[in-house]
Write a protein that binds this ligand. Structure first.
Ligand code: CA
Length: 409
């Protein structure tokens, strides 16, 4: 290519790039202007809800739209992790060992908190480990800016406007300054990652200094977590659940994580502890649901009331199992009896969507195929597996997609 041609092409490319930068800058400027108008309105509302002008001025000083927060909120992950991928990242040997050390180190404080709220020490430490790796990472996104951005965005305006008002109240009460109020991009703060509305409702001044500091005061942090879990309905002196062993040819249709039976009934159906021993008789009539977080080759759990309390903190089965299991490991209980299979592979959104479309073709209502496997997809999959005489685990996987592909040409 001669030099002239090269330079013409370079100029065209340069012009195109410049042009798109220009367009982007225009859009961004317009968006910022619209954000500032929204913010002015929001301040009027906040003021009507009792937030002082001084707090509003301090909190919103120089605030701009945070594009990165919007980007993170709109992101759709390409893969959805499998149970094992999630679990092995959550319950690492390091996290078990570190948690055991911290359980010892904070013994006196934890005993006091457990006595007051009825939540076991190991559960508090496990939440702490899951939320911020025991306080080592609490996030550095400015909270007011993040919440203002998300409250401005129309997608979940009501929810985030409420959280933003709560965050302003937390500042107004003097628990933290606007600059020090930093956390996750979605607005969760402190070592236990409370959303500001939970901070307002459940945080406790555990060390009695007049402030509720969820970043630096270990007593405030543990008391707040204990109080939150107690208010969510934590049942004293009962565990969250346990890993169990199913008998051969067990009807997996019962393992949907919903049907409640007493431990005695489950025992009569042949379910044993993971190590093969009998489930001990309990004086308390514990109700439990049977749960398979992976496919039929993975671990099975009997989960109790407190498991569903953990899910009220974070509505994810994998999260709740990781908190419960990590807590057990902190007091030296055994690792899971099953291991991640070698061929365990995350599904792409496209694959999940194809699975949903193929189930729809088979006549199962799984909702609109969207590439995200929810409870409708699982229920549809269970029905398909039942019809085909396959183990009814309801677990969406590449393996199940292959089976569907082979059966539909
Ligand atoms: Ca305090």
């Amino acid at each position: 290519m001669n030099t002239l041609k090269k330079s013409i092409i370079t100029s065209i490319l340069f012009f195109c790039t410049l042009n798109s930068v220009q367009t982007w800058a225009d859009t961004s400027q317009k968006e910022e202007a619209s954000f500032q108008i929204w913010l002015d309105n929001f301040k009027v509302n906040a003021s009507a809800q009792g937030i002082s002008d001084e707090t509003l001025n301090r909190a919103f000083k120089g605030i701009t739209l945070n594009e990165k927060v919007l980007e993170l909120d709109r992101r759709q992950p390409e893969f959805s992790s499998t149970f094992w991928q999630y679990f092995n990242r959550a319950v690492t040997e390091w996290r078990v060992k570190k948690g055991q050390e911290l359980l010892q180190k904070n013994q006196a404080l934890l005993t006091e908190v457990t006595k007051k709220y009825g939540v076991p020490e190991r559960i508090l430490v496990a939440f702490w480990g899951m939320e911020t790796n025991y306080g080592s990472y609490t996030g550095n996104t400015p909270t007011i800016q993040a919440l203002a951005t998300l409250a401005y965005d129309p997608r979940r305006r009501t929810f985030f406007s409420h959280e933003l008002i709560s965050a302003l109240k937390v500042i107004e009460k003097g628990y933290v300054t606007p600059t020090k109020m930093q956390g996750s991009w979605a607005g969760a703060v402190g070592q236990c990652q409370f959303m500001p509305s939970n901070y307002l409702r459940y945080a406790v001044d555990g060390d009695g200094d007049g402030k509720k500091d969820l970043w630096h005061s270990q007593a405030d942090i543990f008391h707040s977590m204990g109080n939150f879990l107690q208010q969510l309905g934590w049942e004293k002196e009962v565990n969250w659940g346990r890993e169990v062993k199913l008998p051969k040819h067990f009807n997996l249709a019962m393992a949907d994580g919903k049907q409640q039976r007493s431990l005695d009934e489950w025992r009569k159906l042949g379910i044993k502890l993971a190590d093969g021993r009998e489930i001990p008789h309990s004086e308390m009539p514990i109700q439990a649901a049977l749960l398979l977080p992976y496919d039929y080759r993975g671990p099975a759990f009997l989960v109790y009331h407190n498991f569903f309390v953990i899910k009220k903190w974070n509505n994810s089965t994998n999260y709740a199992l990781a908190v419960g299991h990590l807590a057990d490991r902190l007091i030296g209980r055994a690792p899971l009896s099953k291991k991640q299979p070698k061929n365990d592979k995350a599904m792409t959104r496209e694959q999940v969507k194809e699975l949903q479309e193929r189930l729809t073709v088979e006549g199962y209502n799984v909702g609109k195929p969207d590439g995200v496997a929810g409870s409708k997809t699982r229920t549809g999959l269970r029905a398909y597996q039942a019809k085909k005489g396959l183990p009814i685990d309801g677990y969406p996987s590449v393996r199940m997609l292959t089976i569907l592909q082979q059966n539909q040409h």
